[in-house]
Write a protein that binds this ligand. Structure first.
Ligand code: CDP
Length: 244
C-alpha cells in the first residue's frame, strides 16, 4: 500500500470521514461527505456535491495560507473528495473569528446583526458534541490544559493572521468574510491549522446583494444552497487562475 491510499477508517464525523494511510504513518486522508448538519445536529440533510466543492475549496484556501506563512495540515488533494493531511493531535477548542456580528453572538449578547468588529473578535468554544460546543474563555483552556499559554498565544496569532489573509482574499472576489471557525492540531511540537475551510464553517456575504453564500442557506432553508457553494468556489478558482 502506498502512503496516499486509503486504509482502515479512523472515525466518521458529521461532514468528513478520516482514514488511515499506511499504519503508523504521519499522514491520514480526510474524505468530504455531502452530509450537512446544523443546530448541534438537530437538523440533518444533504447538500448535493458539497463534499467535492469543500475539498476543492479547502485545497485552494490551505495552499493560499501556506504560501502566506500560515502552516496547515494540508499535504495534497488526492481526488474529488479526498485530501491527504498531516496526522495531528486536535486541540479540543474551536476558534471563531468574527468581523461582523451574526448567528449566536447576536442573541447571546444582544448585538445587532451586521455590527462590525474592528479589531476582529476572537472567541473560543469547547469542542464537545455532547455539550453542544459551549463558549469558554482562556481561563478554561489553561485550567483544563487543552492548550498551554504559549500554544494559546500561537493559536490567537495564527487565527488573526488567517483572518487578515482570507478577508483580503474574499474582498478580491466581492465577498465579505463575516466569521469563520478554525481548528488547530499539534504535530512535531508545533501548531498548524487543521480541519477545513469552506462555507460549512464560515459566513460569506455577497458584497453586491448582501445575501449569504454559506451554510446559513441550509440552516434557514433559504434555497440555492448547492449553487451558492459552487458560486464561491468558482469565484475563488477564477481569481487564482487569473493570478498565475
Ligand atoms: O451557527 P451558530 O450561529 O450557532 O454559531 P456561531 O457561533 O455564530 O458561528 C460562528 C461561525 O463559526 C459560523 O461561520 C459557523 O458556521 C462556524 N461554526 C462552525 O463551523 N462549527 C461550529 N461548531 C460552530 C460554529
Amino acid at each position: 500500500m502506498k502512503v496516499n491510499e486509503k486504509g482502515s477508517q479512523i472515525r466518521e464525523g458529521k461532514a468528513k470521514i478520516l482514514f488511515e494511510t499506511l499504519p503508523h504513518s504521519s499522514f491520514i486522508i480526510q474524505s468530504f461527505k455531502d452530509d450537512a448538519t446544523a443546530f448541534n445536529a438537530k437538523k440533518k440533510g444533504q447538500i448535493r456535491n458539497k463534499g467535492v466543492i469543500n475539498n476543492a475549496m479547502s485545497t485552494l484556501i490551505f495552499k493560499h495560507l501556506e504560501q502566506n506563512g500560515v502552516p496547515t495540515h494540508f499535504v495534497e488533494k488526492l481526488s474529488d473528495r479526498d485530501m491527504l493531511v498531516h496526522r495531528v493531535q486536535i486541540v479540543p477548542v474551536e476558534v471563531v473569528v468574527r468581523n461582523r456580528a451574526t448567528g449566536s453572538i447576536t442573541t447571546r449578547l444582544g448585538i445587532q446583526r451586521g455590527t462590525v468588529f474592528e479589531p476582529p473578535l476572537v472567541e473560543y468554544f469547547y469542542k464537545s458534541d455532547a455539550l453542544g460546543d459551549p463558549l469558554i474563555g482562556e481561563g478554561h483552556i489553561l485550567y483544563f490544559q487543552w492548550a498551554s499559554e504559549s500554544e494559546l498565544r500561537e493559536i490567537f496569532r495564527l487565527s488573526l493572521a488567517t483572518n487578515r489573509l482570507l478577508k483580503e482574499l474574499f474582498n478580491r472576489i466581492e465577498i465579505d468574510l463575516i466569521d469563520f471557525k478554525l481548528e488547530f492540531g499539534r504535530t512535531e511540537g508545533r501548531l498548524i491549522v487543521a480541519d477545513e475551510f469552506s462555507p460549512d464553517v464560515s459566513r460569506l456575504w455577497s458584497k453586491k446583494t448582501g445575501e449569504s453564500l454559506d451554510k446559513d442557506r441550509f440552516r434557514q432553508d433559504l434555497g440555492r444552497v448547492e449553487e451558492s457553494y459552487e458560486e464561491v468556489f468558482q469565484r475563488l478558482e477564477r481569481f487564482f487562475s487569473e493570478r498565475v
